[in-house]
Design a protein around this ligand. Structure first.
Ligand code: FES
Length: 94
């Protein structure tokens, strides 16, 4: 199985696969006990970093929508913001 990383909205970075290794800043491997799915914290609130422990719930907002990065050495990517939500009266917000 190819390794797949999924950016979850309002949550972690999920890693699925059988051929990946997670290492610390010194290159030492985390023991994953044969797991083929792990979730990496991207909110900074986990007490078990780098793993997600669910602390993000109701404390982290990011609508994960894929976009294309520019070629290396060019201007940084700017994700397209989602369309404005209409207000209670159905009028677009300003
Ligand atoms: S993303 Fe889940 S605790 Fe940070």
């Amino acid at each position: 199985m190819a390794t797949k990383l999924t950016v979850l909205s309002n949550g972690s970075l999920r890693v699925d696969g059988t051929d990946f290794e997670l290492v610390d800043a010194q290159g030492n491997s985390y023991g994953l006990a044969g797991r083929e799915r792990i979730s990496i914290c991207r909110c900074g609130l986990s007490a078990n970093k780098p793993f997600c422990d669910g602390s993000h719930k109701n404390h982290f907002e990011h609508n994960a929508v894929a976009f294309d990065l520019p070629a290396p050495g060019t201007a940084p990517a700017k994700p397209t913001p989602p369309p404005a939500a209409p207000d209670a009266g159905g009028q677009p917000l300003g």
